[in-house]
Design a protein around this ligand. Structure first.
Ligand code: SAH
Ligand code: SF4
Ligand code: F3S
Length: 448
């Protein structure tokens, strides 16, 4: 498909504010591509921007609150500079509650997750009519390939393999904001990965809400493990990652493929969510703690040195002290390399928001603190055990916190900071770990 764009952005600057998950990071790269095709150039300075685009997340109340706070600030900017355009997209735009608030706040354009490609026309319309333009599709109409893209890194790239989610975990808004599950054709994915390799990218991370069900609904018979093998065959790409796997249907074929394929990094993110079978059932997760323990044991057995990371929710409706103790117990048993931990946040429209036995905020806060203390201790212990070892890292560029140092990642997705010449960026090098902290490692370049 060929697209023609307006030249509205000539001599103008844009800024995108991205919230939420990797899918949004990837979508923002498409938004940036579209805006640059309109002539816009990027700026990091809000005050310089002629257009500010919000790409938002509604997974938790706190995520939405952050966005509303920022929208208020940007509306303030617009008062001083009336020609500033404000566009609002992402998961919040798909929810009727957030949309009605924004409508009143006076943003210029509201667009959804299914019609990002329409943004140039919506901006043009808002600019020429001076009126608010709201266009949100309730559902996706197929997958639109070949949209322009402006990626953030030159080394590591996100590649969508599927969109949406059909799992309907009882707490989760994503199936409502991202629609039904649909997979991209393997040919389109491989074409994109080959192009990335030609552009000099060294690593790809394949994205989907539940990669294990990749391929469902496609004419060709292909599953996620088959796709991984095809991606690993692309010359020039040195490392392949993916996220996220649902524990209910992670196959042995997939585990074997990760174990066998040299380019597959030894890292799996398998969100556990809760350790109590009663809570898992109410979450509509379709597995038990026993299943999860057996699965992670198989993963560790078949993939030596693998890092297992997870997501955990505390204070789901009806969670008792005993249920919470089951979560702590699972954390001790599995020994996660890292975990994203959240307080349950009721999302309007989801089943769990209707449950009457909501857990008080103070209880959630106290449980989160106890969970984090345990998990951080374990992560620190595991990291400390790496001190003195030599790790292969992919160098990503100058460290954000210390410009004189380089930041890099191990195969197990740990960040390693070390000193070395800038031209190592994009290369695989060996680093000896000299100091381990909870969230990062420090090391020295091993020459030769
Ligand atoms: N598709 C991914 C997760 C997407 S959302 C998966 O299934 O693994 C990322 C994480 O946010 C979830 O794993 C969950 O831990 C958390 N989350 C989702 N909805 C939430 C809610 N209502 N309250 C708190 N945390 C939530
Ligand atoms: Fe949400 Fe569950 Fe789908 Fe993940 S699998 S996006 S948690 S509904
Ligand atoms: Fe991602 Fe947040 Fe939407 S986690 S899918 S941006 S609700």
């Amino acid at each position: 498909m060929a697209f023609a764009y307006t030249s509205l952005g000539q001599d103008k600057k844009y800024m995108i504010l991205t919230y939420g998950c990797q899918m949004n990071v990837r979508d923002s790269e498409t938004i940036a591509g579209l805006l640059e095709a309109m002539g816009y150039t990027a700026t990091d300075e809000e005050k310089e921007a002629d257009l500010i685009v919000f790409n938002t997340c509604s997974v938790r109340h706190s995520a939405e609150n952050k966005v509303f706070g920022k929208v208020g600030e940007v509306i303030g900017l617009k008062r001083k500079k009336p020609e500033l355009l404000i566009a609002f997209g992402g998961c919040m735009a798909q929810t009727p509650e957030a949309r009605s608030i924004l409508k009143k706040q006076g943003v210029d354009v509201i667009f959804g997750t299914h019609n990002i490609h329409e943004l140039p026309y919506l901006l043009e319309e808002a600019y020429t009519t001076g009126k608010q333009v709201i266009r949100v599709w309730e559902k996706a109409e197929g997958i639109i390939e070949d949209l322009p893209v402006r990626r953030q890194s030159g080394i590591s790239a996100f590649v969508n393999i599927m969109f949406g989610c059909d799992n309907f975990c009882s707490y989760c808004i994503v199936p409502y904001t991202r629609g039904r599950e649909r997979s991209r054709h393997p040919d389109d994915i491989i074409r994109e990965v080959k192009l990335l390799a030609r552009e000099g990218y060294k690593e790809v991370t394949l994205l989907g809400q539940n990669v294990n069900s990749y391929g469902k609904g496609l004419e060709e018979k292909v599953d996620f493990a088959d796709l991984l093998k095809m991606v690993c065959e692309v010359e020039g790409i040195l490392r392949v990652r993916f996220t996220t796997s649902h524990p209910k249907d992670m196959s042995d074929k997939l585990i074997d493929t990760i174990a066998r394929e040299e380019k597959m990094c030894e890292h799996v993110h398998v969100p556990l969510q809760a350790g109590s079978n009663r809570i898992l059932k109410r979450m509509n997760r379709h597995y038990t703690r026993e299943h999860y323990l057996a699965l992670t044991a198989r993963i560790r057995d078949k993939i030596p040195g693998v890092a297992i990371t997870t997501d955990l929710i505390v204070g789901f409706p009806g969670e008792t002290e005993d249920d919470f103790a089951d979560t702590l117990d699972m954390v001790k048993k599995v020994r996660f390399d890292a975990a994203f931990t959240f307080m349950y946040s009721p999302r309007s429209g989801t089943k769990a928001a209707e449950f009457t036995d909501q857990v008080p905020l103070e209880v959630k806060k106290a449980r989160l603190e106890r969970l984090n203390e345990l998990q951080y201790g374990i992560a620190t212990e595991i990291n400390k055990s790496l001190e003195g070892t030599v790790q292969e890292v992919l160098v990503e560029g100058p460290s954000k916190t210390d410009k004189d140092k380089l930041t890099s990642r191990t195969r197990t997705n740990r960040i390693v900071i070390f000193s070395g010449p800038g031209d190592l960026t994009g290369r695989l090098v060996n680093v000896k770990i000299t100091e381990a902290r909870t969230f990062s490692l420090f090391g020295e370049l091993v020459e030769g």
